[in-house]
Write a protein that binds this ligand. Structure first.
Ligand code: DX5
Ligand code: ZN
Length: 222
């Protein structure tokens, strides 16, 4: 699996987002990570389906959509996913994940589940048959620039072994929250292949995207 950079849009200069996206394309990032929050599942509010539609019309880059919402169906119903997009709901949300995955797959896109820091990877067990990706949260979801939960990076190795042992070596592991270059390199060694770059890895103070993206790439390899 190629190691991929997914840049967190909520960390960009939102008033100059179009310009930023063109630079991200130029610099060869692999995806854009779109954090959708509903001020209910998490105590913050960000983008919604209309914003995602505008993004889809503006760029061919895959959108790695991370839904921190209690009703992922409401979001799915308002979207037209493209084959390159990923729809990620939270495993902690009570819903029919199998049906949700099947609706996402019908649209030709990929389906993922995100796992909050306090949730064990075993919670994924009933969902393995229809998962394309797993997003491991290294921070409590809801905010950019949050502090990494101590010891949480080891969960990547635990998750990789869990997925492999269950017969699903093809499910990709994404890591989200406080992913610096050094942490990304460490977690690449543990089996992660998608790295969400926010304030810790890509939008670093005083540094230009033309510097931070190649640097991040050199740490994750590939
Ligand atoms: C956290 C979000 C992340 C975040 C990652 O809830 O899901 O995407 O923006 O970036 P940093 O590096 O700021 O934690
Ligand atoms: Zn996210």
């Amino acid at each position: 699996m190629k190691n991929k950079i997914s840049v967190s849009v909520m960390c960009a200069d939102l008033l100059a987002l179009g310009k930023d996206i063109r630079i991200l394309e130029e610099c060869g990032v692999d995806m854009l990570h779109v954090d959708v929050m509903d001020a209910h599942f998490v105590p913050n509010l960000t983008f919604g389906p209309d914003f995602i539609k505008k993004m889809q019309a503006f760029t061919d880059l895959p959108l790695d959509c991370h839904f921190m919402v209690t009703d992922p169906w409401l979001m799915l119903g308002k979207l037209q996913l493209r084959p390159q997009d990923i729809f990620t709901a939270h495993v902690e949300v009570e819903t029919d994940h199998a049906a949700l995955a099947s609706a996402v797959h019908d649209a030709g896109a990929r389906f993922g589940l995100a796992v909050s820091p306090d949730t064990p990877v075993e919670a994924l067990q009933p969902h393995l048959a229809y998962l394309d990706t797993v997003t491991l949260m290294l921070v409590y979801p809801g905010f950019a620039g949050a502090k990494m939960v101590e010891g949480i990076m080891e969960k990547v190795g635990v998750c990789r072994r869990f997925l492999d042992a269950a017969g699903y070596p093809g499910i990709e592991i994404s890591v989200d929250g406080s992913v610096s270059c050094e942490r990304a390199q460490y977690m690449a060694g543990l089996g992660a292949s998608i790295f969400v770059g926010g304030t810790a890895g890509i939008y670093r103070k005083g540094m230009d995207l033309h510097e931070t993206i190649p640097a991040f790439r050199s740490f994750i390899g590939g």
